[in-house]
Design a protein around this ligand. Structure first.
Ligand code: FES
Length: 145
């Protein structure tokens, strides 16, 4: 583990009163932001640093949509599939994405509410909020990427 990563882990751990379980998700988020995914080597390092079993770390990170065990080649578009977004057309967008999967310049995933219900249907493109989505907006987005 590099010194800068170790320092960041220590900083996060101290912020959470040296509680390894409270520090786990912030540390996973930090690695996800830095490296785009969380490798098996990083899981081992986190396990050793926090003294938390590797299988618990693995279970935690596979529970959350926004954490990934694999390095992604493309950006990921997350489409909210909760009630406000479904009522405003998220299912039609998802159907379009499923039917045109081979033509897309990004990956896509369904996700739970992202707190943009007032702007439904909503999504995130690598965590950048996308509001009032439509199939036309998705087509434009695909051309820009
Ligand atoms: S229901 Fe889609 S953002 Fe909340």
């Amino acid at each position: 583990m590099s010194d800068s990563i170790k320092e960041k882990f220590k900083e996060i751990l101290e912020y959470y009163d040296n509680n390894p379980f409270l520090s786990l998700i912030p540390i996973l988020n930090f690695i996800q932001d830095e490296e785009g995914f969380i490798s098996k080597d990083k899981i081992k390092e986190i396990s050793k640093f926090l003294n938390i079993k590797e299988n618990l770390i693995y279970e935690t990170l596979t529970f959350y949509h926004f954490l990934s065990l694999e390095k992604k080649e493309k950006k990921t578009l997350y489409i909210c599939k909760n009630i406000s977004c479904l009522l405003e057309g998220a299912e039609e967008i998802l159907e379009y994405l499923r039917e045109n999967k081979d033509k897309l310049n990004f990956d896509f995933k369904e996700c739970e509410c992202i707190g943009l219900c007032d702007f439904a249907p909503a999504g995130l493109l690598d965590f950048k909020p996308l509001k009032n989505l439509s199939i036309e907006k998705i087509k434009e987005l695909n051309e820009k990427i």
